[in-house]
Design a protein. Structure first.
Length: 241
């Protein structure tokens, strides 16, 4: 059995306080001397622990008169970069990323249809109105549709699945932007179809019909996969980093 190093134990103790909310974003850790006394460790050991937390993006070391070690809660964008690097190292393809989202999102849509509040439905309808406004601005519409996926996942309320999908958002959005840069002659028609699909989903959610919502979103994700893969091919995630 591997015995954790003292620095790892200290990092874990601070990490746990961040997770429990005892240490919040922007809080400063106590002075170095106080931490050394608290954990009964040497300066090199404490600094190694801080480096571990800094590498995880949980703290930021500030220099100067107002310096110190400031708390930074876990951020999805840093997790997304780490996931992206892992996927590219493993040789993941765009098709696999889209398949992962296609497997998760329709189930989340069904869950939202079962539990949607009036506020959830209004938020989705407001987003549809925004998409309709920018439908002929292909770059803005692309970002709006990607954002619709994010709103859907957030409102579904499953934290674990929501985090997984959000970690794929950066990869997904990069591909959407590459796709839109191709300036397809049928792009407006594709936008109109996407908006129609989004409206059908929101209608199913508003009617609290989980099976209908899952079916509509599965069809949409399948269409999305076919169009994007047809345009960009079986590219690897490496192509984007």
């Amino acid at each position: 059995m591997r015995i954790p190093k003292a620095a790892e134990i200290i990092a874990q103790a601070i990490r746990r306080r961040i997770v429990l909310g005892d240490l919040k974003e922007g809080d400063l850790l106590p002075a170095e001397a106080d931490l050394m006394a608290q954990f009964d460790v040497s300066r090199p050991t404490l600094r190694e622990a801080i480096r571990l937390l800094e590498s995880e993006g949980l703290v930021r070391v500030l220099r100067g008169a107002k310096g110190g070690v400031r708390i930074c809660p876990p951020q999805e964008d840093s997790a997304a970069r780490t996931l992206g690097f892992l996927l590219q190292f493993r040789g993941a393809t765009l098709a696999e990323v889209l398949d992962a989202r296609s497997f998760i999102e329709p189930r989340l849509a069904a869950g939202l249809a079962a539990s949607a509040t009036a506020d959830d439905i209004q938020t989705l309808r407001d987003h549809l109105a925004h998409e309709a406004e920018v439908i002929e601005d292909f770059a803005r519409f692309g970002r709006a549709t990607a954002d619709f996926h994010r709103v859907l996942v957030e409102r579904a309320g499953n934290v674990a699945l929501g985090v997984i999908v959000s970690m794929l958002d950066d990869i997904f959005l990069r591909h959407v932007e590459r796709f839109l840069s191709r300036s397809r002659p049928d792009q407006l028609a594709l936008n109109q179809q996407a908006l129609s699909n989004h409206r059908a989903l929101v209608d199913a959610i508003a009617a609290h019909k989980p099976k209908r919502a899952e079916s509509v979103w599965q069809d949409h994700m399948d269409q999305l996969r076919t169009v994007i893969i047809g345009e960009l091919g079986q590219t690897t995630v490496l192509d984007l980093y």
